[in-house]
Write a protein that binds this ligand. Sequence first.
Ligand code: ADP
Ligand code: MG
Length: 348
Amino acid sequence: MLKLLLQRLAFIGLAFIVSSLLSSCAKNDPKIEQIKGQTMGTYYQVKYVLSDAQKNNSELSIDNIQAQIDSRLELVNDQMSTYRPNSELSRFNQAEKSLVVSDATSSVVEVALSLFKESGGAYDITVGPLVNLWGFGPDKKPNKVPSDALIAAKRKIVGSQYLSIEGNRLIKSIPELYLDLSSIAKGYGVDFIADYLQELGISNYLVDIGGELRVHGYKPGKKPWTLAIERPVAGQNVQRLIHIGDNAIATSGDYRNYFESDGIRYSHTIDPKTGKPISHKLVSVTVIHKSSMVADGLATAITVLGPTAGFAFAQKQQIPVFLLVKKGDEIIEHYTPDFEPYFFEKKE
Ligand code: ADP
Ligand code: MG
């Protein structure tokens, strides 16, 4: 049986239904402006609130802001997408030795390299050849399990120890090295758009790219942005409601992007130590952090580490993390003490 599920929209669609139910606005409250589009193989959504003075500023017209956001997202794709053959990242992947890249790409790679070290190699952006082999890359749709020989061959060219940065120059010590920033570029994009809104003087907003979110300030009437952690069970979609303050939130989950073959589910998250998709009982990992880029990377890192090592890692580093873990037919929640302040309502 072959099945591919991409259910990103469910998560955030749900988050907004919940948030609008909870926020009946007063008559004179300013309205929430909303911009939607497509980027990085998924949707994006930006919501913001303008003050009365800002409403008369033509620079802040919704058309202008949408055009600026679209061109910024185009730029990020041109820098970091493996789906674009001429992006900086693709040109580095094709290069024999090195390439000078933008500040943006080099800073994202730098964060990825520190996550590689902190996670003991579980998070590794050089895992690209394995991601592609398992059919989760730009070329192929997932459908079949590769042979052990092929997995072993690809594992030889995977490892962030072969990657270094000098200034803005990315350097590889083996020519086959191939980077995949899919686990962190959406988060970077969210920060980039949020920073742009801040530059415009907009301080009440929500930015969402495919479920990676960053929020700041309030909705009209000083109401906080209410978000939902999805419960991936038919008919029971909200696990928890949360208020994250001026922070970002990222969720990685194996129930969104996978294929099934002979009754086994293969996730798009690869354990670099085995060369295979992760196979533990983690349903989803949700991380809160100031930076959406870091939250995105951390959520992937903890997903690879799994429920035990991942939880210990989060606890030790005092990262607010919320895990959903399968136990028989049940789904159990685990969260670090640092996550607790963000719950908006206690569970019955
Ligand atoms: P999502 O797209 O669900 O937000 P993630 O942010 O967790 O997912 O990123 C998953 C993507 O990261 C995969 O599709 C793959 O391209 C890449 N990837 C897979 N395994 C790893 C890994 N161990 N370290 C870094 N990136 C990975
Ligand atoms: Mg990620």
